[in-house]
Design a protein around this ligand. Structure first.
Ligand SMILES: NC(=O)c1ccc[n+]([C@@H]2O[C@H](COP(=O)([O-])OP(=O)(O)OC[C@H]3O[C@@H](n4cnc5c(N)ncnc54)[C@H](OP(=O)(O)O)[C@@H]3O)[C@@H](O)[C@H]2O)c1
Length: 211
């Protein structure tokens, strides 16, 4: 599958790396060829391609958005025409002061992203844990896989993203439409407060058990 990454820092770079190693054609959408995050991502995996954002996005089937939340609008406006009709994996979270919800829980960040690119199929995924779990998503010794919850309004887009999640080693769990994004964003804040403030292990993930 042809995949573009807008943002390749702590979250984007490991996901881009793993997806390329799984055999996908992965292109980093580069604004700035001197960017430190670009250099680091390429130092880890020289098989990642690099192209200007418009080219990277128009040549891709799936686009990952892994930018600081405040940069989303500028990043998406720069590829507004090219991203129309594509699957957009929103990895971003709005985080406010004192680890509160950055949009005061009035609207989710992903619904805001969807409003910026209304003709794009937004799926929120890869947001409920810290980057440590994207660098290494294997949990040997357990007979269940860590769960990766995702949501979105387009079932075809969610099928694609669910398959990518499974390839990366997670148990994909479709939690519903994009209206669920707000609840995933609160799960993120729960994880962040537990780990970054209360010092639980950053390798802590959730699992799904049913009967
Ligand atoms: N860190 C985590 O553990 C974690 C976990 C889950 C989700 N998230 C969410 O994932 C997103 C990214 O977090 P991160 O920790 O990966 O951030 P990061 O390490 O700071 O990386 C941000 C990336 O976005 C790029 N960028 C910044 N402004 C841009 C713009 N206007 N247009 C295009 N690209 C731009 C940066 O490029 P330059 O280096 O060239 O500036 C960099 O590649 C955030 O929304 C965060 O809330 C983070």
């Amino acid at each position: 599958m042809k995949i573009a990454f807008i943002g390749y820092g702590q979250v984007g770079a490991p996901l881009a790396d793993h997806l390329q190693r799984l055999g996908h054609s992965v292109t980093l959408a580069a604004n700035d060829p001197t960017s430190e995050s670009l250099k680091k991502a390429l130092a880890k995996n020289a098989n990642l391609k690099v192209a200007a954002p418009k080219v990277a996005v128009s040549d891709s089937e799936v686009v990952f958005l892994a930018t600081p939340f405040q940069a989303n609008e500028a990043a998406l406006k720069a590829v507004a025409d090219e991203i129309r009709g594509k699957v957009l994996v929103d990895c971003t979270n709005p985080v406010g002061a004192n680890l509160s919800h950055g949009l005061n829980s009035v609207q989710s960040g992903s619904e805001m992203v969807q409003a910026l690119v209304p003709e794009t199929k937004v799926v929120k995924a890869f947001t409920i844990y810290g980057f440590e779990n994207f660098e290494n998503c294997s949990y040997p010794g357990y007979n269940v896989k860590p769960v990766m919850m995702y949501c979105g309004n387009d079932s075809g887009a969610k099928k694609i993203v669910g398959e990518l999640i499974a390839q990366l080693g997670w148990e994909p769990l479709d939690v519903g439409g994009l209206e669920q994004a707000l609840h995933l964003e609160h799960m993120t804040l729960l994880w962040v407060r537990m780990v970054r403030v209360n010092k639980h292990s950053p390798n802590m993930v959730w699992a799904m058990l049913t009967r």
